[in-house]
Design a protein around this ligand. Structure first.
Ligand code: FAD
Length: 470
């Protein structure tokens, strides 16, 4: 049961008066992790309000709804959410089946948000624009912990301010893609070419077929999104032979892109590597490795992209369409007025950086972590989900579910439960730490830890000096 609450919603000019203790917890973003936070709060009888910028829950996933995930249902459903759904006679999908993005939204997130316990408190078309402490900028220290948070939102064309006792920011990163240039800067030239650049995974074989059919398409990036895009383009090329595909990656070695393949703990993730390897080896795609994009120019109705490979200038002419799959970054502008600590290179939650830094750590595992690691200098303010990973690409929903379970336990004062974090993640089968798989943190075994310290004695002995658990 949700406690009776009175939510303060004001026009920007009124002065609210309310005790912080009676206020709800604010959740930003109705993706899988934001909705799991809501389910966890409901399970504790805690009031909440959830703000979603899109016109439906799962709005970011909707943008790649045609893509099949790589993790089966068993990893994609939060436990508290499942309990709520089952009590409303929901028929759970089969554990081992692998859903598409569309199925995640329609068979899981939408039924969850439609439950009476959630629906009244989920505010769609409500974009959070800023967060602060009531009446205090972030410079002022005295008494700030006792003050409510103020959440500034744009809701159906009007501005409002809500008050909350705590904030869980689960707003993801998908709406904030990285640019194509390898220096990470969005130039005016790139912005001006926007109508020929798609950031994301376009529905090449369905809705957006005409845009790509028979065209010269440049795909930039080397992660799973790029692979998904390329696999569809390769299929399109079979059907429309005039389609030309160029793939530009910064990695020097294409083998690094293929991942663990048959060693991957998630079969579907491994198969992405195997399938793209076949496509590359068939010669369907022209691959430019070690390519650093430096300039984009309009070339008549087309685009010219230039850059360098090992300091040699390389130019790709007459590109019709570009698909940018260079990752995404968190929007930190909304949290400018709260005291947060992020890693300077990854923009992720500071404490997570050594666990997920793609420069040194390529496996899909992460040490179990919870409220303690996600705690910010601003008391009762948390960044969770894909956003907690910042620019690192390896986030999995299961990680986010454990994050919010631990945080909600802490918010209701159950520190024992908050600190007992458990996480089981399938390995990618690739580890860039350690000389051999047995030396690494990413050895292909199921990882299950029940304390905040991943280095239980047995793990430490195995891990050796190169381990992520030092
Ligand atoms: C193509 C693809 C495939 C993936 N496959 C898997 C997989 O197989 N298994 C797996 O575990 N993970 C997978 N992931 C990774 C990850 O689990 C998903 O990206 C997941 O959607 C992240 O959940 P989230 O709730 O953190 O963020 P999101 O799903 O991105 O949700 C964030 C929500 O916040 C909203 N929002 C943003 N800004 C604001 C604002 N200012 N105010 C209000 N609302 C806002 C957005 O509209 C969105 O609805 C995949 C990711 C991608 C891109």
């Amino acid at each position: 049961m949700i406690k009776n609450i009175s939510v303060n919603k004001m026009s920007c000019c009124e002065t609210p008066v309310q005790e912080k203790g009676n206020l709800p917890v604010a959740i930003i973003g109705a993706g899988p992790v934001g909705l799991a936070a809501a389910a966890q709060l409901i399970s504790k009888g805690e009031p909440f309000m959830l703000f979603e910028a899109g016109d439906e829950v799962g709005a970011n996933i909707r943008k790649w709804e045609h893509v099949r995930l790589f993790s089966p249902w068993q990893y994609n459903i939060d436990k508290a959410a499942k309990e709520l759904l089952l009590s409303a006679n929901w028929v759970a999908p089969q554990n081992e089946k692998i859903p598409t993005g569309k199925e995640i939204v329609e068979h899981y997130l939408k039924p969850l948000a439609a439950l009476p316990e959630l629906s009244a408190n989920v505010h769609l078309n409500t974009k959070v624009t800023a967060i602060s402490r009531k009446g205090l900028s972030k410079v002022k220290t005295s008494g700030r912990e006792k003050l409510p948070f103020v959440i500034h939102v744009e809701q159906n064309g009007s501005s409002f301010i809500y008050e909350a006792r705590a904030v869980i920011d689960a707003s993801g990163t998908w709406s904030n893609p990285n640019p194509l240039r390898s220096d990470g800067i969005f130039t005016e030239e790139e912005k001006a070419l926007n109508s020929h650049i798609s950031y994301g995974i376009p529905a090449v074989l369905s809705k957006e077929r005409n845009r790509y059919s028979g065209k010269k398409v440049l795909v930039v990036g080397s992660g799973h999104s790029a692979i998904n895009t390329l696999l569809e383009l390769a299929q399109l090329q079979k059907e429309e032979s005039g389609t030309e595909i160029v793939w530009a990656i910064r990695k020097a070695n294409i083998e690094d892109v293929y991942g663990g393949r048959e060693l991957d703990g998630l079969q579907a993730r491994g198969e992405l590597g195997t399938r793209i390897q076949k496509v590359v080896e068939s010669g369907t795609v022209k691959v430019l490795t070690g390519f650093h994009i430096e300039e984009l120019r309009k070339q008549g109705e087309q685009i010219q992209v230039s850059g360098s490979i090992q300091n040699e200038r390389v130019v790709i002419d007459h590109i019709d369409e570009i698909v940018g799959n260079t990752g995404s970054r968190p929007d930190l502008s909304i949290v400018q007025e709260v005291r947060i600590l992020t890693d300077p290179s990854l923009d992720c939650v500071y404490e997570l950086a050594p666990l997920i830094d793609p420069n040194v750590h390529s496996c899909g595992t992460v040490r179990p972590h919870g409220e303690k690691e996600l705690r910010q200098p601003e008391k009762d303010f948390y960044i969770v989900g894909a956003k907690s990973y910042g620019r690192a690409p390896t986030f999995l929903m299961a990680t986010g579910y454990e994050q919010v379970r631990s945080i909600v336990a802490a918010l209701v004062g159950d520190m024992e439960s908050a600190q007992k974090v458990e996480l089981e993640l399938p390995e990618t089968g690739v580890c860039s730490l350690g000389a051999s798989s047995t030396d690494s943190c990413c050895e292909p075994v199921q990882m299950k830890e029940t304390s905040l310290d991943c280095c239980s004695p047995s793990k430490t002995e195995k891990a050796g000096s190169d381990s992520c658990c030092e």
